[in-house]
Design a protein around this ligand. Structure first.
Ligand code: IMP
Ligand code: MG
Length: 176
């Protein structure tokens, strides 16, 4: 890290809370009575999904899936692998995928295809943050949180080399 770099807040906890409330209201309207299966992508979405589900007051189930990109550290190849799969059956379920960041879109595009093959009754995506300037494959986000600039962000569950997930705000580093 550049010693001159400063930790800056991009999205503070109050803004995040308001957006999670807004998303929960939209999801409630569309899914109440449908017993949806919410699938959180590990690890980055765990704080977001924890806050989100506590604002939903109807029956739902939660699952997690762990994905890994081949050649981590190199450029995104789009070759994604399911490291830890799902226990719940997807067939016939109303599935809502919960993601922290849609960046190039390669990870989520792969996961949506993977789930589609399992014939859910419906399949939608909620993403807390979206970096459209980095997109390589088109991805429709049904429940978008924030549009963010092309900066590396962390906090609120999102890591930077496994660190900083604990920060309550979403931050970035600004060179001094
Ligand atoms: P994509 O396949 O390029 O869309 O990558 C999506 C995944 O990359 C996200 O789920 C994050 O885990 C990770 N990622 C992308 N941008 C950032 C960032 O700014 N901070 C931390 N992780 C990121
Ligand atoms: Mg992720």
């Amino acid at each position: 890290m550049n010693s001159e770099a400063k930790l800056k807040i991009l999205l503070n906890r109050q803004e995040i809370e308001a957006t999670v409330k807004r998303l929960a209201a939209e999801i409630s309207q569309d899914y109440a009575g449908k017993q949806p299966l919410l699938i959180g992508i590990l690890k980055g979405s765990f704080v977001f999904i924890a806050d989100l589900i506590r604002l939903l007051d109807f029956p739902l189930e939660v699952e997690f899936i762990n994905l890994s990109s081949y050649g981590a550290g190199k450029e995104s190849s789009g070759r994604v692998r399911v490291v830890q799969g799902l226990r719940a059956k997807v067939r016939g379920r109303h599935v809502l995928v919960i993601e922290d960041i849609v960046d190039t879109g390669l990870t989520i595009a792969y996961l949506l295809e993977y789930l589609k093959k399992r014939k859910p009754a419906s399949l939608k995506l909620c993403a807390l943050t979206d970096k459209p300037s980095r997109r390589e494959v088109p991805v429709g986000i049904d429940y978008p949180g924030f549009t963010v600039p092309d900066k590396f962000i962390f906090g609120y569950g999102i890591d930077w080399n496994e660190k900083y997930r604990y920060l309550p705000d979403i931050c970035y580093l600004e060179d001094g």
